[in-house]
Design a protein around this ligand. Sequence first.
Ligand SMILES: CC1(C)Nc2nc(N)[nH]c(=O)c2N=C1O
Length: 159
Amino acid sequence: SHLVYIGLGANLNDPLTTVRTAIDELAQITNTQLVGRSRIYISKPMGPADQPDYVNAVVALQTELSPHELYSATSNIEQIHGRTRDGAHWGPRTLDLDILLYGNQQIDDETLTIPHYGLTEREFVVYPILDIDSELVLPCGTKLQDLATNLPFNDMKAI
Ligand SMILES: CC1(C)Nc2nc(N)[nH]c(=O)c2N=C1O
């Protein structure tokens, strides 16, 4: 089985409830166990600022699913929460689930780019991963802790 990290983000329609519910739904994916979870954070939107603050978290799952099977499971959960992908690019969303890491694999095909392209410069991803594993090393060999030193915690709040 594989250790995978999933990023959760939401900023519409009671995002805190959505994120908490989605964590439970991720834990119930077939052949998958929840093995770690971050604190839940509030952060200012990265990108277009004319949208509500985000609720972010990261969970670690142990799964037998392939990357593509996992992707369809996370897409289903997004859809349950009304995620449509017709919104403006980087616009607000009811729930975003990103496969951040899939073991040490590096995948880049028409549907999946893993590690997630934005991982290393998103404090709302880096700090939650460090909550789960402060010693995590990325597939490229970079220690996440070293990235955090020049990623300001900024105006993130842990709740
Ligand atoms: C629009 C963009 C880039 N900005 C974000 N900004 C924050 N703070 N959190 C997110 O999850 C998030 N997701 C995004 O996709």
